[in-house]
Design a protein around this ligand. Sequence first.
Ligand code: ZN
Length: 142
Amino acid sequence: MNINDLYKRVILDHAKNRRNHRETDCYTHKVHYKNPTCGDVMTMYATIKANKIEDLSFVGEGCFISMASSSMFTNIAKKKTIAEIEELSILMKDMILTGKAVDDLRLEDTISLGDIHKFPARYNCALMPWQAFEKLLKNREK
Ligand code: ZN
């Protein structure tokens, strides 16, 4: 198995078995987000205390790239600080938009989305949870 096959398997696994895919009544922040280019939709829930993400989940429907990316994002963002996510967000955008290779292991499975750089129509799908999270931070509800 080469690395591209491995990445494909990782992406399909996240799309099929979405991590942290659940609604919750217990959150400090919530956002609805719609991908303008593909029609993917999601609602993201977060519990953020002292700038740290204590819990994070989402429900959504859309293409397998957006759902896989959301599953991966919720996995890595949990228990991190907002500053760390902002740092990782820059790396993630660089990887998708410019095709720059990243080796920051904190990105975990999202590294498997690097090839999306070759498919500009899918940029917003891969970046959806990252963009949703930026919007979520402005949406304190409780
Ligand atoms: Zn999509």
